[in-house]
Write a protein that binds this ligand. Structure first.
Ligand code: PMV
Length: 299
């Protein structure tokens, strides 16, 4: 079985589409896949369905695009996703990376030496779902660890002084990244100054967050997450449910909380100082699904 992790965006979603750097980190939960010989390309994703090449379905089209990017012959792939799809945790990119790795392994080209091909294939897969992805999901899923990502540039690994404990909650419902990105683009057409001011603000927060992560200053990082959430609300990508999950986390002692990914529903993350239990309990008591993840310190 080939594997890949999902991701969280710590700061900079949406702004990253317009060239602002963003900070993302790989998470352990993700996807796994296994490929075998078959006369026709078919992808079976546990609980999500079976997709054959040529079918008029995004997943079937994305699978064909991924195989074409790898110059791979038709094959059968069985995959399993460990993250809810459409919640901003990089589930589709994790699937893309796991499938690309599985196909390369099956072709006798061990994927460990083929990072660039895996990334290219995952970008082809992501483009079918997202239209105009910045590439951050694919980069974080393919690479893991904490990265700074700037559109069109190779991801830059970021030194992490103190491991980050992050609680994640599904504020829901699932949302479409493509539609959320299009919504921000429409807002930018109508009110360019407002959006560009928000993008500048997010850029400043990302620069400071990079310093805070490098210095292990968790309280500062928490405040930067809160400020990023405020600017994202100004772009109309937050929801009542996201705001509620952020408040519940802060009231339960989180250092900061924000949506992660495209917004419009999906996931919220909270930075924890020490034990995540009080924040997870607060979310569970309010009926939200939640779990904990860690971003390891770099040696
Ligand atoms: O795929 P999501 O929901 O994690 O969103 C990705 C982040 C965006 O900045 C909103 C879109 C993009 O392509 O970078």
């Amino acid at each position: 079985m080939a594997r890949a992790g999902g991701k969280i965006i710590l700061l900079g979603e949406h702004a990253v589409v317009y060239g602002v750097p963003a900070i993302a980190a790989g998470i352990a939960r993700g996807a796994e896949a296994e490929a075998s010989t078959a006369p026709r390309a078919v992808l079976e994703i546990e609980r999500l369905g079976r997709f054959r090449s040529g079918e008029p379905h995004d997943t079937a089209r994305a699978f064909s695009a991924l195989l074409a990017a790898l110059s791979a012959p038709p094959c059968a792939v069985r995959a399993r996703l460990e993250l809810p799809p459409g919640c901003g945790l990089g589930g589709s990119a994790a699937l893309g990376v796991a499938i690309a790795r599985a196909v390369l392994d099956h072709l006798g080209t061990p994927h460990e030496a083929e990072d660039a091909r895996v990334l290219k294939a995952t970008e082809a897969w992501e483009t079918v779902f997202h239209g105009n992805p910045s590439g951050i999901d694919a980069a974080a899923a393919a690479r893991g660890g904490c990265i700074q990502f700037r559109r069109g540039h190779p991801p830059e690994p970021l030194p992490v002084k103190v491991a980050l404990t992050v609680a994640i909650c599904l504020a829901g419902p699932a949302s479409s990244t493509r539609e959320m990105v299009a919504g921000v683009a429409r807002l930018r057409e109508r009110r360019p100054q407002v959006v560009d001011k928000a993008l500048e603000g997010i850029h400043a927060l990302v620069k400071n967050a990079r310093l805070a992560i490098g210095a292990g200053d968790l309280p500062a990082l928490g405040r930067l997450l809160d400020l990023n959430q405020m600017l994202l609300s100004g772009l109309f990508v937050s929801t009542e449910s996201i705001e509620r999950c952020c408040s519940l986390a802060r009231d339960a002692g989180a250092l900061g909380a924000k949506l992660t990914g495209a917004g419009g529903g999906g996931a919220v993350l909270a930075l924890i100082d020490g034990d995540a239990t009080p924040v997870l309990d607060a979310w569970h008591a309010a009926g939200f699904e939640a779990f904990e993840t860690r971003v390891a310190a770099t040696p």
